[in-house]
Design a protein around this ligand. Sequence first.
Ligand SMILES: [Zn+2]
Length: 166
Amino acid sequence: MAVQKILQLGDPALYEITEEVQESEMHRYRMVIADMHDTVMDFRLKHGFGRAIAAPQIGINKRLVYMFINEPRVFVNPVLSDFDRQMLTIWDNCLSFPFLSVKVKRHAACTIDYFDIKWSRKSERLEGELSELLQHEVDHLDGILAIQRAVDTKAFAVRGHEQYDK
Ligand SMILES: [Zn+2]
C-alpha cells in the first residue's frame, strides 16, 4: 500500500475513457484500491477535504471508484441511471485541481448499479451529497472533469473565494 501521485489538471490521461474491470482480474486491483484509500487519506491530511477518488486519477485506466465517508466503499464498474429532474447547484472540487472550485449542477438523486469488492452486484438509490459525489466520480471514468460541467464561464473560483452566486 502506498500513497500515489494524483494526476493534475492538464494531464491528458484524465480525459481518457476507462475500461471495465473483469471479475477474473479483480484480484489485481485490490492493491490499487488500497492505494486509492491511502491516497485519499493523505490528500485529506494535506488539504482538509476529499471524499473519493477514481482510479484514473492515479493513472489506472479502469472503472473503479473508492469513497470514504465514515466507512470505506468501493464501486466497481458503476453505472448511474434514473436521474431525478431536480438539480442541485454546488461548488464542486476535485483532487486533481485542489485549489480550484467550480460551480456545477448535479442531479439531486440517481441510482447506482455496481459490483462491490467481493464482486456482489449491488444497486442503491443515491440522494444529495452521495448523488452529486458519485456523478463527479463516474464522470472521471468517462474522462469528464467537473470544469467541463461548469454552469457558465464565470463559474470558477480559487478555493475559499467562491463569491459568484448566479
Ligand atoms: Zn475529481
